[in-house]
Design a protein around this ligand. Structure first.
Ligand SMILES: C[S@@+](CC[C@H](N)C(=O)[O-])C[C@H]1O[C@@H](n2cnc3c(N)ncnc32)[C@H](O)[C@@H]1O
Length: 356
């Protein structure tokens, strides 16, 4: 998934830097508390750590609940009552089989089509074009089907979050946006015209129990004890709640009241202090004071709201401070728009503190 601040292409840098500092013999628990797409947590789960993951957004919880919370192959045994042919599908092939099945079902109107597609909004006061009619209808049909399977106990929690994660991850690739959901394009771009196909996400096996939360980190931090605390807060004023509001609504499917041209859901409780210039410094201070970890790592870049010196001052209060840097190509959310950037590359910092 293309996500603001995703660390997908920085995993190598993060891994190498972290392992230069920590004593692996003393570290079992890795906490990724601004988890986003879950790529960092997934990477460290594969390396054998026990993960604690958290994000304030529910679509992120769904992705992390699958990548980290699902450790064993999903059998979908109860679904056999509804789909007898599943009995003849090898257990390891059932995830792919079900994603192909979901891809094949017919669309039906629901909240996404009615509010975010041309057909559903044509007689409303605001017309929107976040998805093609075909894909909006399909998304509604799938979201409703997954929910009804769960309500009727045809799937368990692990299977439910797996199917939802596949839907969220897949549908994002068909959005008619420049990249984020703060605006839609005037006409359907080529990728948004393609028919929605549900991609089967991989399953990462593990013998450990991993914890996944969907909370404001400021409420959660005092309850977390870990060896490595990795913090990847928003760097600037762009709230994730507004930039990914359509994914949040597909995830929750809770019929929210929408406002404005972009059809924004109410997001007061998900407003992040880490995006607010006047609040971020205190928020980070409070977070670091409460952190209970042997090592703390914090990703940030040279164009973030906080300056490197401010972060150094905050972290140094906790122990021995240090920092790694890496040049990084900018997130291209607005490449089709007329934004003039200062530079194509930013400097990515990995600040750290070895806690006293
Ligand atoms: C830079 S992104 C993390 C990207 C992630 N490391 C990845 O590679 O996908 C920041 C994340 O912090 C989350 N976030 C912002 N404020 C938060 C808060 N107060 N509590 C928990 N999560 C928050 C956002 O929803 C967003 O997913």
């Amino acid at each position: 998934m293309n996500y603001i601040g995703s660390k997908r292409s920085l995993l190598n840098f993060l891994d190498k830097s972290i392992h230069k500092i920590i004593d692996p013999a003393k570290c079992q628990v890795f906490a990724d508390l601004f988890a986003g797409t879950g790529v960092v947590g997934t990477h460290f789960k594969k390396k054998g750590y026990r993960l604690i993951s958290n994000d304030i957004q529910y679509y992120s919880y769904i992705l992390n609940r699958h990548y980290l919370g699902n450790n064993d192959e999903l059998k979908f045994n109860n679904l056999i009552l509804k789909m007898p042919e599943l009995r003849h599908v090898n257990i390891k092939d059932r995830r792919q089989y079900l994603c192909d099945y979901l891809t094949s079902i017919k669309g039906r109107p629901g909240f996404i089509y009615e509010n975010y597609c041309a057909g559903g909004t044509k007689n409303k006061s605001v017309q929107r074009l976040y998805y093609s009619d075909e894909n909006g209808l399909k998304c509604d049909a799938l979201r409703q089907l997954i929910e009804s399977w769960k309500k009727q106990n045809h799937i368990n929690d692990n299977e439910y979050y797996y199917l939802l994660a596949c839907l969220i991850d897949s549908v994002d690739a068909y959005a008619n946006t420049a990249s984020v959901y703060s605006a839609f394009l005037k006409s359907l771009k080529p990728t948004a015209q393609r028919s929605l196909k549900i991609k089967a996400l991989p399953l990462i096996k593990s013998n450990l129990m991993h914890d996944v939360y969907n909370q404001n980190i400021d409420d959660l931090i005092s309850n977390i004890k870990c060896d490595i605390l990795y913090l990847d807060p928003p760097y600037n004023r762009r709230q994730y709640a507004t930039n990914y509001h359509v994914l949040e609504t597909i995830a929750k499917y809770d019929n929210p009241i929408l406002t404005g041209k972009t059809g924004l859901r109410e997001y007061e409780a998900q407003k992040s202090l880490y995006c607010l210039k006047k609040k971020v410094k205190n928020a980070l201070k409070n977070l670091i004071v409460q952190a209970n970890s042997k090592y703390i790592f914090l990703s940030y870049n040279n164009e973030g709201v906080l300056r490197p010196g401010e972060i150094k001052t905050i972290l140094s209060k906790k122990g021995k401070y240090g920092c790694f840097t890496q040049k990084y190509s900018r997130f291209k959310a607005d490449k089709d728009h007329n934004r003039s950037y200062v530079a194509d590359q930013t400097i990515e910092y990995l600040h750290y503190v070895i806690v006293k």
